[in-house]
Write a protein that binds this ligand. Structure first.
Ligand code: KG4
Ligand code: ZN
Length: 367
């Protein structure tokens, strides 16, 4: 449950420290009250998880614990700011891997208590959802409402972003997240983890039309996704070759076909989502893309075309702000602080925390 401090409402806060530790990225950022980045420090755990072909939760939690302290010190030193000058400490408190969430949130609470500053428990999905409002991303800024497509390793959903704390889920994946589908497809093709970028590179050499793959939910009403059937179809195509003997040209054709199929499905779902969104929010004309899959050039281009066909614009923050980062966590903290909201120090991190959970609202209706 959020606490409200009406006296703080609208006041530009001082610098906010943000901490992100929900998956395999340990990240710290310091932003001034207007959202300008003062300092960043991060440790990517890709090297630690790559030998296992995916994120190992226990390894992730230990790495967050080992690196968070030095990263916070480095960020404060870089910005030349002491704890007494910080307005609040914000940390991702869900959804995500619970070990990492506990490490990051408890670390932030310790700093908040030691410095005598408010703590903000940030929903990781809200942080992705609000990133496009950071100053300098879209000229003139983005006002509410807008449509968000979040496509990452853990999430795949369309959200109508109506206001801070007010999110309407329009569609979501029924099985795998799209980044997860890319990673699984890449693994089947013998590529290294994380598979998305490697698959995109291989796809450039291939012919997307050579192998027909199923297009799950294409043309169906609504804007939910499903990717697990596509992965199974790809596995069957690969199984037609002797084990370990998939020729590079065939692998490239399969990669290109997979990427084209995912792109077509995302474009079709975005077409439906934009229609649904416009019915409810005739004033909203922006489609925001976030999450690691936003790096994919084919997907970006297809979504820009769909947005244009609806008279909307596609806003994709720079990639480093689309993937997991602490700038978005500090920024969500600033947005909440500006509304006069802080979190109780005993707020419990949680592995599941949907954007439309009742406690996301700034003014939750009493039960
Ligand atoms: O947002 P993110 O950094 O972390 C979370 O999962 O929250 O997203 C990582 C995901 C991985 O599944 C990765 O394979 C995928 O984004 N990804 C890509 C590309 N770059 C990263 N997928 C397709 N094409 C890419 N170029
Ligand atoms: Zn994320």
């Amino acid at each position: 449950m959020q606490r409200r401090h009406p006296e703080m409402k609208g006041a530009p806060p001082g610098p906010v420290l943000g901490i992100e530790s929900s998956c395999d990225e340990t990240a710290v950022a310091l932003l001034d009250g207007a959202g300008n980045i003062l300092a960043e420090a991060l440790h990517s755990q890709i090297g630690e998880h790559a030998p296992f072909g995916g994120v190992v939760p226990e390894v992730a939690a230990r790495a967050h614990l080992a690196t968070l302290g030095p990263l916070v010190e480095a960020a404060l030193a870089k910005a030349g700011i002491g704890g007494d000058e910080i307005a609040a400490v914000a940390a991702t408190s869900g959804p995500g891997l619970i070990g990492g969430l506990i490490v990051g949130a408890n670390f932030a609470k310790g700093l908040a208590l030691a410095w005598g500053k408010p703590f903000l428990a940030i929903n990781h999905l809200e942080a992705h959802a609000l990133t496009a409002r950071l100053p300098g991303i879209v000229s003139g800024g983005i006002d509410f409402p807008y449509l968000l497509l979040l496509v990452s390793g853990g999430h795949c959903q369309f959200v109508a972003v109506e206001a801070i704390g007010r999110y309407r889920l329009l569609g979501r994946t029924l099985d795998d997240a799209v980044g997860e589908a890319f990673d699984k497809a890449a693994k089947l093709l013998g590529l290294s983890w994380p598979g998305g970028p490697a698959l995109e590179r291989l796809a450039r050499e291939g012919n997307p039309a050579r192998i027909a793959l199923p297009r799950p939910l294409l043309g169906r009403p609504g804007c939910d996704f499903s990717f697990s059937g596509l992965k199974t179809a790809l596995a069957q195509e690969i199984a037609a070759f002797p084990p370990g003997a998939l020729p590079r040209a065939a692998a490239a054709d399969l990669a290109a076909g997979f990427q084209k199929t995912v792109t077509d499905v995302l474009a079709d779902r975005a077409d439906h989502a934009l229609t649904l969104f416009a019915e409810r929010h005739p004033g909203g004309t922006t489609l925001v893309l976030a999450g690691g899959v936003a790096a994919n050039q084919a997907i970006r281009a297809a979504l820009a075309a769909v947005a244009e066909a609806h008279g909307a614009q596609l806003a994709a923050p720079p990639l480093r702000l689309c993937t997991d980062n602490a700038v978005m966590v500090a920024w969500a903290g600033i947005e909440r602080l500006r509304c006069g909201a802080t979190s109780p120090i005993d707020h419990a991190p949680r592995p599941r925390w949907p954007l439309d959970a009742p406690d996301m609202a700034l003014d939750p209706t009493p039960a």
